[in-house]
Design a protein. Sequence first.
Length: 194
Amino acid sequence: MKKTLLILTISMLFSCQNQAQNNKKTMETSAPASTETIYQFKVTDLYGKPFDFAALKGKKILIVNTASECGLTPQYKDLESIYAKYKDKGFVIIGFPANNFGAQEPGSNEQIAKFCEMNYGVTFPMMAKISVKGNDMDKVYKFLTQKSKNGLQDSEVEWNFQKYLIDENGKLVKVLSPRVLPTDASIVGWINGK
């Protein structure tokens, strides 16, 4: 009788332990995790052509909101410099002109394109002008700034030239202040996998 009771007790313990493990696995798999990536977005470039982020699969991406009349506008030079250096090594920069801060990007897409080419020789992809904050925030920036969509963190675009780093799987991995230069060690190290 004692032997039967002991076997029954051990059996119940293992059964409870297995049930607890199964419940834990169910909770882990049903935990909300962002499945969104940058690859879901299709936008329009400065020249009116469609641009599909899915074409960038496997590349590291730096997304930056730009402005032509900002004190940080000279960052275009550094952006172009690191793009030229690393574009053949799986890295791309995507610029989004925006007029959200101090009306510092008043021009049309055509004017912005001319400004970027003439003043900084920009060759990295530039998208059509969008809004990066407020009620008319573009869907790409909703992804970049909302943890429920990007899985990393909530953030707010502080000013022109804020930087978002996207890994080779299309996931947001870091948000950098507008004042962090494109040539900063944190960005160059990330590009180089350090």
